[in-house]
Write a protein that binds this ligand. Structure first.
Ligand code: ADP
Length: 230
């Protein structure tokens, strides 16, 4: 299964990508996580990326494309992957399609998780992430058993710097301007499914699986063949 999850910040793409990745035994590839890892290195490149992220702006395409290409070349992505946060504009989508085509592959489906803007701000302000394994929680909707500690690995939970309300509003603006046109792009290619992202994570997961229909079971059965062309 080669899947893209689209949607505004805070739509639950990360939560869903993680759950589906575990279900299908394929990696979740989150551009935001790859970028935050570069930022943590505190290199010149990392500081440059951070300056965009802190403002809620998109990081330059070339950097993101390089990180994604490196990640998708790793062995664990051979049987499929779930992209979360990438592509974020039409240019990134075209480069992704071209890169996959060069190795005889293509996307199976793009699922857009739809959540209204007001709901997003409410969700993001309570969001907490594990420093070690990147599992996400919400202080009200999905709290960990022990405050600020990850249920899965015992890591410390933190609030992302770009989750401050003003930055969230900017990220929503950028989503509407740069990323939303991708819905039409993928609809034209016949790849798009839209699901309602409001509700409990398990409910949203069911909707995604329903939208994928027979595709998921089919792809899962074929996942073991590794390089098989689709
Ligand atoms: P969210 O989807 O909640 O905004 P992400 O972790 O996906 O969170 O992204 C955080 C930030 O990382 C974005 O606001 C942006 O600055 C940067 N970023 C992530 N993915 C991309 C991308 N594909 N292209 C450009 N910038 C990106």
């Amino acid at each position: 299964m080669r899947l893209v999850l689209l949607g505004p910040p805070g739509a639950g793409k990360g939560t869903q990508a993680q759950a589906l990745g575990e279900l299908w035994g394929i990696p979740q590839v989150a551009s935001g996580d790859l970028l935050r890892a570069v930022v943590r290195e505190n290199s010149k490149l990392g500081r440059e990326a951070a300056s965009y992220m802190e403002r809620g702006q998109l990081v330059p395409d070339e950097l993101v494309l390089k990180l994604i290409a490196e990640r998708l070349r790793k062995k664990d992505a051979r049987g499929g992957f779930i992209l979360d946060g990438f592509p974020r504009n039409v240019m990134q989508a075209e480069r992704l399609a071209a890169g996959l085509e060069r190795v005889g592959l293509k996307l199976d489906k793009v699922v857009a998780v739809i959540v209204p803007d007001e709901e997003i701000v409410k969700r993001i302000s309570g969001r907490r992430t594990c420093e070690d394994c990147a599992t996400m929680y919400h202080v009200v909707f999905e709290p960990p058993a022990k405050a600020d500690v990850c249920d899965k690995c015992g890591g410390q939970l933190y609030q992302r710097e770009d989750d401050a309300e003003q930055t969230v509003r900017e990220r929503i603006k950028v989503y509407h301007a740069a990323t939303q046109p991708l819905l039409e792009h993928y609809a034209r290619l016949g790849l798009l499914a839209q699901v309602d992202g409001v509700g409990r994570p398990d409910e949203v997961e069911k909707r995604i699986l329903a939208a994928l229909d027979g595709l998921a079971a089919l792809r899962q059965a074929g996942a073991g063949v590794g390089h098989a062309r689709s």
